[in-house]
Design a protein around this ligand. Sequence first.
Ligand SMILES: Cc1ncc(COP(=O)(O)O)c(C=O)c1O
Length: 434
Amino acid sequence: MSSVFYRSALPYPVAVKAAGPYLWDSAGRRYLDGASGALVANIGQGRGEVAEAMAQAARTLAFVHGSQFSSPALEEYSARLMAFLDLPGYRFWAVSGGSEATESAIKLSRQYHAERGEPGRFRIITRRPSYHGASLGSLAASGMGARRELYAPLMNEDAWPKLAAPNPHADGAQDAEALRTLIGQLGPDTVAAFMAEPVVGASDAALAPAAGYYERIADICRESGVLFIADEVMSGMGRCGTPLAVRQWGGPGTDMLTPDIVVLGKGLAAGYAPLAGIAASPGVYAAVMGGSGAFKHGFTYAGHPVSVAAGAAVLGVLEQEDLLRRSRELGTRLLGGLRELQTRHPVMLEVRGRGLMLGVVLGDPQTGQSFQTPGTAARVGRAAFGLGLITYPGSGAVDGVRGDHLLLGPPLSLTDEQADELLEKLDAAFMGIE
Ligand SMILES: Cc1ncc(COP(=O)(O)O)c(C=O)c1O
């Protein structure tokens, strides 16, 4: 009998090794990871240079506590990361996972306003659907019925207003005006921040708002003194083909779109170590350090030297192998392939995505709407898994229950042949459920 507390009562295969985009289980079965775990393992597995950098860091300085020391690894990595993301003057606050990072962004935005003499600003507006994490604060911020419902009695709903999902087929700027209306209804002097995933991940497979949306969101936030937090935990670090997905709005020649706080995770250390964090604007940092002088928040393992070393090595791979360009190229190839599959499997209502963050919306081809009873995405996911392909199925995008989708996000280092293998296996998985 196992001593492991599993995520569910399902029998899990035991993964024993991985290389590139492939994993092997203890029975010798090979899986192509079409989801990089949960869009994490962005450079593929088994990279010796990353393992070496981590071992070297552990030998040199295994641990420091953030209340006592900084470290060369953290100093160098933070500077390098802010340069990669083109966030001059921003400060990097390193933590261990995406939920800790969104939680940090939420608390920092609240403290920012208090430091500036506006302690009445406490509300964090997010969208429905959305996913910002599993800790109580980040889950309260999440508009994801199934994961949130059980814990709702522990949340003060007044603090977590929700905006409707953007409509990718609408006028983007007009669509964003809903935020102005909501802030007006709540009272701008009660709102601390608006947080959104620039390209929506787990809750609504790669949904991207129309052009003009985030430009207007940023304007509305600025005009109402509300901080704009971009949760790039999934979409950032090249996953969508650019260092930050939100910069795909705004465009060259205009002021590049720059949120007050950017949240990062997943691809940051690409699964080699637990690493996430937030990048805070010079103004936000100055308000705290020039006010009370300390962020009233912290985690024991924040800025862990081994995690940070992994992050630096991963950044090196992304740059040396030009994996952001690869993300864009492969994204185009896979999107084309998915459109072809769509002609054979009408249950694939819509395919979409940015770079290598790709989504397939599933539904009833007769009505063009989501199925009344969810479960199709899970069935496709199981069929694919049985064929040796890992996908990221989800449901609930429409009303918290209905709305099936598949999220795909293989490593950015995938070859063209491996991309074709992914499409072939997905094709077979859809045939398996028909
Ligand atoms: C956009 C977004 N934010 C936050 C999180 C939470 O990250 P973690 O699971 O590392 O706590 C996730 C995880 O899927 C995410 O997709």
